[in-house]
Design a protein around this ligand. Structure first.
Ligand code: FMN
Length: 189
């Protein structure tokens, strides 16, 4: 039987290590992972991780060229369980908000929205302008799940990797996937 698919978009906001932890976690699931990385995403991956492009690509089942607007994620007839954009830059956020599908990541997000599938964004900027906040608010009103990369302290993270894993747990919860690296409040630590 064919596996369910998920699209993972990485854009050029700070937080590339969170995307790496997400891709690692998804390897332990039944989902087929389709990865799209913007040019900005490749830049932040280079600035913020020790991993090469090849090592990032090896974490996904299929890697799509962001310029290939004819790739499968560009069509609603190609079924997925949804899409996450982690991290989501303010530029990509604006593109999704306005339906401006000038690359495959934006087109895939637009398709996910129009098909009313799960779309989760991890927008990252600090501080945020009224434009950034308006775009998130209006997307949220359309059913998009906004998961900002904010720290939690109740899980007592020892390092940034722990903090990233906690955020991955928050993302995977939205797809009903349990993740070992996620310490839930109220459960034994
Ligand atoms: C190291 C680095 C960190 C950046 N961090 C952010 C960020 O946190 N949020 C953001 O919106 N843009 C950030 N940018 C700027 C975006 O990468 C830039 O606006 C880019 O054009 C976004 O394009 P994309 O959305 O297609 O990836 C950062 C750029 C660099 C080089």
């Amino acid at each position: 039987m064919k596996k369910d698919r998920i699209i993972v978009g990485i854009s050029g906001a700070s937080g590339a290590p969170i995307a790496v932890e997400l891709l690692r976690a998804l390897r332990h699931t039944e989902l087929e992972v389709h990865l799209i990385v913007t040019d900005g995403g490749w830049r932040t991956i280079a600035e913020e991780t020790q991993l090469s492009r090849e090592q990032i690509c090896a974490l996904a089942d299929v890697v799509h060229d962001n310029q290939d607007v004819g790739a499968p994620p560009a069509s609603g007839s190609w079924k997925t369980v949804g899409m996450v954009v982690v991290p989501c830059s303010m530029k990509t956020l604006a593109g999704i908000h306005s339906g401006y599908s000038e690359n495959l990541l934006l087109r895939a997000a637009d398709v996910t929205l129009k098909e009313q599938r799960k779309l989760l964004l991890m927008p990252r900027e600090c501080p945020m302008s009224a434009i950034h906040l308006r775009n998130q608010y209006e997307l949220s009103m359309m059913g998009v799940v906004i998961v900002p990369p904010v720290l939690s302290y109740y899980n007592h993270p020892d390092c940034l990797e722990d903090a990233a894993k906690h955020l991955v747990g928050k993302i995977l919860d939205q797809f009903n996937i349990d993740f070992d690296g996620f310490k839930r409040w109220g459960e034994s630590q």
